[in-house]
Design a protein around this ligand. Structure first.
Ligand code: HEC
Ligand code: HEC
Length: 385
């Protein structure tokens, strides 16, 4: 997959090289000379600023019509942790374009699959299936993860192979069993035949030539608005609302942090350390997926997968990269037995010796992690023609 390239012309003006004032002191010999040269420097940098202002007036990375979008961060999530690249600021127009692209089935080889086919709001933005089904009914090898709170992560996918959300946002299009385009040129040519999209790309990016990088920027921007916070657990734990979760779930939260050791990996406000661990899935049924190792080729990453967020987890079954667990009870039993032993298993995974009551309370706690911040996502009523 080709990561979205950071183009120099899309850098915000603050990051572009500017004329250096200090230089004039070294150039002048007499006081008068210094003044003259400084005056020229000041003048030329003033002209440069004017020229820059002039170039910025014609639609560049941010088209003239773009209006800034203020991300509304639900309670319990950390605003300081958001990852929004400088060359892809959130604007209302770009997010709306991203939403159209996310739902548009014409962005697949045979017009049958959109991102939204496998990431549905009602299933915590997964598809509710063990593994996903792409074009012509083909099944993939991994389960769709909950694509929420993506604004807080750099590395995307179970194995972290996409270094940015922009790169992730175009990956599925050329996956032969997802959207199925043979390459991006074929996809761009198809999109260029839809005048409505050319108009929108002109409005958002100042260029009606649709590029894969700009498709990635728009979809990533849309995805950054899909959040989940202000869950009952947040209101209990951070909001001090004693009755927000049941006594069983409160006990489950204690277990989650202590005896059950879940926060060793599902840590922080988004319940993930953003790291990769081998729990042993696949080493028991001869279906080993090398996971992170295929990206880094480091032996320590063999069979390791990204710790997923647990927000919305009660809605996003089935669970883990191979989608083998239908219920949270099954997941907890798996951890309780210490995962599946294998030469590369993470040493943090050990048998837990939880009682039946403790297991039940832990599951109760996991059920308090459904929240808000994604309910605005609706399928568009119509698409650009
Ligand atoms: C055929 C079903 C399918 C389609 C279509 C699809 N996805 Fe996915 N998505 C998956 C699966 C399966 C994974 C996990 C793949 C992996 O990690 O190797 C995934 C992973 C992701 C992730 C990573 C989440 C994380 O926690 O790392 C995001 C984000 C995402 N998809 C968004 C999209 C977008 C945007 C599109 C459209 C361009 C899209 N998906 C199209 C099935 C699908
Ligand atoms: C060593 C780190 C680690 C620990 C400790 C850990 N997890 Fe996980 N968790 C992961 C990783 C990594 C995955 C994904 C594994 C995979 O798919 O191969 C995962 C997956 C999950 C999933 C599936 C989520 C989904 O969207 O598919 C749930 C639920 C879960 N863990 C809950 C827990 C609970 C509850 C505990 C404590 C009993 C716990 N985890 C302890 C790292 C950990």
């Amino acid at each position: 997959m080709k990561p979205a390239a950071l183009k120099a012309e899309l850098l915000p003006s603050t990051q572009r090289p500017k004329a250096v004032f200090g230089g004039c002191l070294l150039l002048g010999k007499s006081l008068l000379g210094v003044l003259a040269i400084c005056a020229v420097t000041v003048l030329s940098s003033w002209i440069a600023t004017l020229a820059e202002a002039a170039t910025e007036e014609k639609p560049a990375a941010n088209a003239e019509s773009a209006t800034e979008y203020k991300l509304k961060i639900p309670f319990g999530l950390e605003e300081t942790a958001v990852v929004i690249p400088a060359d892809n600021p959130l604007t209302n127009e770009k997010i709306e374009l991203g939403r159209l692209l996310f739902f548009d089935k014409r962005l697949s080889q045979d017009n049958t699959i959109a991102c939204a086919s496998c990431h549905l709001a009602k299933f915590g933005f997964t598809d509710g299936k063990q593994v996903s089904t792409g074009i012509r009914g083909q099944k993939g090898g991994r389960s769709a993860p909950a694509s929420i709170n993506r604004v807080f992560s750099n590395a995307q996918f179970w194995d972290g192979r996409a270094a940015t959300l922009e790169a992730q946002s175009v990956g599925p299009f050329t996956n032969p069993i997802e959207h199925g385009f043979p390459n991006y040129d074929v996809m761009m040519a198809k999109m260029m035949k839809i005048p409505g999209y050319r108009k929108l790309f002109m409005k958002v990016f100042g260029d009606d030539k649709i590029t894969v990088d700009n498709v990635g920027r728009a979809i990533a921007s849309f995805q950054r608005t899909v959040l989940s916070g202000n869950s009952p657990a947040d209101r209990f734990d951070q909001g001090g609302e004693a009755g927000a979760i049941s006594a069983e779930a409160q006990h489950g939260l204690l277990l989650f942090r202590e005896k059950a050791r879940c926060t060793k990996c599902h840590s922080g406000f988004n319940f993930t350390d953003e790291k990769f661990h081998n729990l042993g899935l696949g080493w028991d049924d001869n279906k080993v997926d090398l996971g992170r190792y295929m990206v880094t080729k480091n032996a320590e990453d063999i069979g390791a997968f990204k710790t997923p967020t647990l927000r919305q987890v009660a809605r996003s079954a089935p669970y883990t990269h191979d989608g083998r667990f239908k219920t949270l009870e099954e997941v907890v039993n798996f951890y309780n037995q210490g995962g599946v032993k294998n030469p590369h298993q993470d040493p943090l995974i050990i048998p837990l010796e939880l009682t039946d009551e403790e297991k039940r309370d832990l599951v109760q706690f996991l059920h308090t992690l459904n929240g808000e911040g994604w309910q605005h996502v609706k399928a568009p009523k119509s698409f650009p023609q």
